[in-house]
Design a protein around this ligand. Sequence first.
Ligand SMILES: [Zn+2]
Ligand SMILES: [Zn+2]
Length: 380
Amino acid sequence: MIHPKTCKAVVLERYNEPLVIREVPIPETLEPGAILVRIELASVCGSDVHLWTGELAQLVTQDLPLVPGHEMVGRIVEFGEGVSHDSVGNALAVGDRILWSHASCGKCHNCKVLNQPTLCTERKFYGFTRSLHTPPYLNGGFAEYCYVLPTSGVVRIPDEVKSEWASSVGCALRTVMNGFDRLDDIGGLGFMDTVVVQGAGPLGLYTTAVCSRRGPGTIIVIGGPPNRLEVARRWGATATVPIEDYPTPAARIARVKELTDGKGASVVFEMSGAHHAFAEGLEMAALGGKYVSVGPVGGPPTPIPAEMITRKNLTIAGVFSADIKHYYRGLEFVRRYRHEIDFDLLISSSYAMADVNAAIDNMHHFRDVKSVLRIQSDTP
Ligand SMILES: [Zn+2]
Ligand SMILES: [Zn+2]
């Protein structure tokens, strides 16, 4: 297969300065197990904003310039030697659409002994860390092509799942799927549970959708602005608590107590990442409750009323990123419930690749819930 020698890519050269479009080399040959894809579209994430502002650089070592974008759908252009199937056993062919995970080594203690590949000490990320200085250069979704490493998990996107839905599976929903795995580790979710979801961004909304298909009669979503809470109600929230109307932690805690017969929620999901949200969620949890923490990923340390964990006998599960099985389950969730849940409601705008700075700016100022960058001009 002959592919071009270069392609266009969005490049982050300096934090807080406009992203630029550059011609970037495409590796001439593929190593065994690798896949070259043409990116069809990539969705824009809150993490892309934090990458652009430089906040993420406090958490992971970054080498600029780099190609941003970690939620993308690629069409297979070429295979390295030995690739015939995805990670869940589907045969792969040129032209198939795929999602792929960050690359874990499969050999370190965390991969092999703990069986937690998201904690791999050798993990290679797309769109966050690897620079344009070293091959294979194309390590992010905001580019015409991407080089899928041999150690990445890969899953074929079912034909019934639109690319716009699939790209958001590749970050928010796959993390939510891992969140439910972690919740299963600490006792799971049943129909008698009462749920609080903190946050109405893509993580909180997908959590609401998955909860609504798993039985609890009460699902309370806390967040804003109103358009996001409307999506939460459409996706299964039984009550919403707008932060505009309940601006203080005390008011929100009181409202949750009111909605749960004074008991608090038996399962709380922290999906907002807001500075004081975790401490607030501890107050919202019922005696013997479970708390799943996904949102907090950085920022200054926050005080926590630790005695509440003891006194209430709480069980807490942290969730970091996701493995390829969670991508697979996320795609299956969307495929199965696509006629019942209007997944289009999540995508508020779409932008041409050249308008990437507007896309980042609108995400930065919460004007978009989730937007997509259309990379291929021939994408319908
Ligand atoms: Zn993301
Ligand atoms: Zn590893």
